[in-house]
Design a protein around this ligand. Structure first.
Ligand code: ADP
Ligand code: MG
Length: 248
């Protein structure tokens, strides 16, 4: 089946995921349209990381289906490289190569994985570094950068594969408070450019501002979802209300 932009770019249908006997996702369905930004929030251990790792085939699933641009993520015949080109992911731990500069970190995947021409890759990498507002830091090593700057290099590194969808898993959770904002600004820039983004975040103000739709997860199910205004001001489910009352 060929994907067209009027269909969800990411679609999960009744996804079940277990680790051994423990069912961690218990029938999750959600659709994301091209250019949409969704935020997944919920208590620790509710399955948020597992959910977005499944979208990127870092976790397999036991039941249901996940497609990205029509590509069946759980097809045993899946072309992993095709998926890697469509979906970028950024984690809490940015894990840059410490002995490579910011520029070299951003250039690595297109050269090693996609075998693209070095000069083209470098030109694009420089643009991406400017896009994440790190112009002038091209030759800095990760150890010379703040946590927020390193995370922005990690975002640029992910963008270097030219993905259509970006997954962010609590990318500011390990940062010093003063560098959180610059990373959130980078994500806002991306979203404003039309990038489809799926974010797990504890930054509620940010989620309210940026999301088209918020999903609240608890114990492996989506309990409630809706646009931020409805979600934050008029949550219906007691589990959502309790969670929000603890953090807002
Ligand atoms: P969240 O991101 O919402 O905090 P996770 O998706 O990380 O939640 O975890 C959901 C549940 O799955 C937790 O109970 C966690 O212990 C369990 N879990 C996550 N990854 C693994 C794994 N690789 N092996 C076994 N259990 C796991
Ligand atoms: Mg998590």
């Amino acid at each position: 089946m060929t994907w067209t932009p009027d269909q969800p770019i990411v679609s999960l249908k009744d996804v079940h995921k277990s680790f051994g006997p423990t069912e961690v996702l218990r029938g999750v369905s959600l659709d994301v349209m091209k250019g949409e930004v969704i935020c997944i929030i919920g208590p620790s251990g509710s399955g948020k990381s597992t959910l977005i790792r499944c979208i990127n085939a870092l976790n397999d699933i036991q039941k249901g289906s996940i497609t990205v641009e029509g590509l069946e993520v759980n097809d045993p015949q899946l072309d992993k490289l095709a998926l890697r080109k469509k979906v970028g992911m950024v984690f809490q731990q940015y894990n840059l190569f410490p002995h490579k500069t910011a520029l070299q970190n951003v250039m690595m995947a297109p050269i090693k994985v996609l075998r693209q021409n070095r000069a083209d890759v470098e030109a694009r990498a420089r643009k991406l570094i400017a896009k994440v507002r790190l112009e002038g830091k091209e030759d800095a090593y990760p150890g010379e950068l703040s946590g927020g700057q390193q995370q922005r290099v990690a975002i640029a590194r992910s963008l270097a594969m030219n993905p259509d969808v970006m997954l962010f898993d609590e990318v500011t959770a390990a940062l010093d408070p003063e560098t959180v904002k610059e990373v959130l600004t980078t994500i806002k820039d991306l979203a404003a450019d039309g990038m489809t983004c799926i974010l797990v975040t504890h930054e509620m103000g940010f989620a309210r501002e940026i999301a088209d739709c918020i999903y609240f997860t608890d114990r492996g199910v989506i309990v409630e979802s809706g646009p931020p205004a409805t979600f934050f001001d008029n949550a219906q489910d007691p589990r959502t209300q309790q969670f929000l009352s603890q953090i807002l």
